[in-house]
Every structure is written in C-alpha cells, then in structure tokens.
Design a protein around this ligand. Structure first.
Ligand code: PMV
Length: 325
C-alpha cells in the first residue's frame, strides 16, 4: 500500500475524488432515467497506512470524527463494507485512514461518494476501475440504501456526464464553459430518506411519478443538446423546469425556493436544487465569473453561504483537486 520514493523515504498514497452537482435528473435517475452530472473542484482526499494492531480506523479530523471498523454508526459500517469488498477486512492487515472533505455532508454535492472514492483510492491506489466501483458501491449502499451510482461515477472521474443506472457514464462535450454558483440552504438532508419519500409517493401515485419522470427525461435530453451547443441560456430554462418538477415531488423547501428566486433575480440563467433535496444545496447557472458576484451577494444578504465553481473538463479528478496534502 505504501512504498518508498527515490530517496528511500516512505511515501503514503493519497486518494482524491471530486464532488458533483446534478445539473438535471436527480431522483428520476434512481428509476432508470438519465441524469446530467458534473464534477466540481471541491472534493475529498484520503491517505492510508498500515498499522500494527487492528481494528482499522478512519479519521476525519476537521469534523472531529474517528470510527473503527465494526463501529455501529453509518460511517463505521460504510468503512467496514468498503474494507470487506477490498478483501482487507479483519485484524490481519489493519489500516489507518485519514480523510478530509471540502463538501457539506448531506448537502447534495456527493460528499459521501467523494469520501468513499478517496478512501478506496488511498487503500489501493492502482486498483482497477471495476474494483474501485464495487468498493465505493459497498460504502454508498450504507448511506443511500439504493444509490443510482451517479455520485460515485462523478466522484471518480469528474467531467460532465450523462449517467444512466445500469449503463454507466457517457461523457458530454461541453460547448461553452459552465459557470456555477452553489448556495447552501443551511440544512442538510438524508439522501436515503429523500429517496424513500419519492418511493412512497410513487407507490401511492404511480401515474404522477411516471409523468414526472418522463418530463424529467425529456428535459435531460434537451439539456444535453444545449450543453453540447453551448446554449447556456436554454440550459438555464431547462434547469428551472426541472426544479418545478422536483417541487412537485415535495423535494423542495422554502429555503431552496428562496435561493433559486434570489439567483434568478440576480441574473442567473436558471437555478434548482441539486442532489436529494429536502435541504442541501442549490445550483445556479451563470454567464461567467463576474456574473456570479451579484448572486453570491444576494445570498449573503439573505443569510446564505455560497461559492462559485466551474465544471471540470478533466477525465480524472485526481489531477485537478486543490487541498490535498
Ligand atoms: O444528495 P446526493 O448528493 O447524495 O445525490 C443524490 C442523488 C439522487 O438521485 C437523489 C439519488 C441517487 O442515488 O441518484
């Protein structure tokens, strides 16, 4: 797992991964519709080293978190599931992993997937993609129950992709830069609970759910064309329409609507919740870096935090992330 460099010093592998925004298609993606997601510069890193005595442990010092393999909470169980999938579970080959995420947990920016990818990469840096995916799926299964896999795909590869459950990712060629403002509604949500709430609504009103997912599918197809054509204005309108459909699934909140409204009033092409909803973050599409400032200012004045980001064009996130040691 660790090696030595030319000078003989011990090197500790660092795994990185990026966060993501879902530009269109969340929730419908769980039921087979395509979604468009994009990696962002903020993400997660982890480093791993073997230790003499088990159990294996995972620490996230910035959050004051330390868990051991076998601990009952979600993080401890996810860590154990990842180690088991990697075949290094148990006390024979314990590891100590230290990680950090630059993403709000439960904020819809793929924090858990980014951490999972970073941890998996730190534990075995050269692991084939299929093995990495299986390890992260085991980790994500604990947090999400029934994840579509879109978060993990983006965390591992960055870029702008069309994701379909069971089929995987198809890169989308970006015709014009995609500048985004991300606003935090100030509350987090559980993706698992939000996905379950949509499942309950679908069981109660299958027609409503089907029509909504069909509508989202049409928006996603058009959005792909808009991204390829560099038509950011059209993309913004499609994001607004997606937000309306997500509100119809009871995934929006007053804070999310406020953030979206403030962004549109301050010049955004479009704005919507991103990820699971019920709290978390909003993504607004803006013309350029300068156009972002009035939106961030409007959010700040209303008591919301935000930041700007651009969609990563890189194929692999591990060459592009800042903040890793
Ligand atoms: O909230 P996040 O970042 O975990 O995104 C969830 C996206 C969903 O479509 C709601 C669920 C999924 O597994 O795709």
């Amino acid at each position: 797992m660790s090696g030595t460099d030319d000078s003989g010093a011990v090197t500790i592998p660092v795994g990185t991964a990026c966060g993501k925004v879902i530009l269109l298609g969340e929730h419908a993606v769980v039921y087979g519709a395509p979604a468009i997601a994009a990696g962002i510069e903020r993400g997660a890193w982890a480093r791993a080293r073997r230790i003499e005595e088990g159990p294996s442990r995972l620490s996230i010092p910035a959050w004051g978190v330390l868990v051991h393999e076998g601990d009952p909470g979600d993080l401890g169980r996810a860590f154990a599931a990842l180690l088991t999938e990697a075949g290094i579970s148990g006390r024979e080959a314990p590891v100590a992993v230290e990680a950090e995420a630059q993403l709000p947990p439960g904020g819809g920016l793929g924090c858990s997937a980014a951490l999972g990818v970073a941890v998996a990469r730190a534990i075995e840096p050269g692991a084939p993609e299929a093995k990495l995916a299986a390890r992260v799926a085991a980790w994500e299964g604990v947090f999400h129950g029934n994840p579509s896999g879109v978060d993990a795909a983006c965390a591992a590869n960055g870029g702008c992709v069309l994701f379909t459950k069971g089929t995987g990712v198809e890169p989308i060629r970006i015709g014009a830069p995609l500048h985004l403002c991300i606003g935090n509604s100030g509350t987090s949500s559980s993706t698992k609970e939000m996905v379950e709430s949509v499942a309950r609504l679908r069981a109660r009103k299958p027609d409503v759910a089907r029509k909504t997912f069909d509508g989202i599918t049409a928006l996603v197809r058009n959005a792909r064309l808009a991204i390829e054509a560099g038509d950011t204005f059209a993309l913004g309108r499609l994001m607004d329409l997606n937000q309306m459909l997500l509100s119809g699934l009871f995934l929006s909140t007053p804070e999310i609507e406020r953030l979206c409204g403030l962004a549109r009033d301050a010049g955004a092409f479009g704005a919507k919740l991103t990820g699971a909803g019920g709290g978390g973050c909003v993504v607004a599409l803006v013309k350029g870096e300068e156009a972002a400032e009035p939106i961030l200012e409007a959010w700040r004045s209303a008591g919301f935090e935000g930041f700007t980001t651009s969609v990563l064009r890189v194929e692999r996130a591990d060459v592009a992330l800042g903040g890793a040691p």
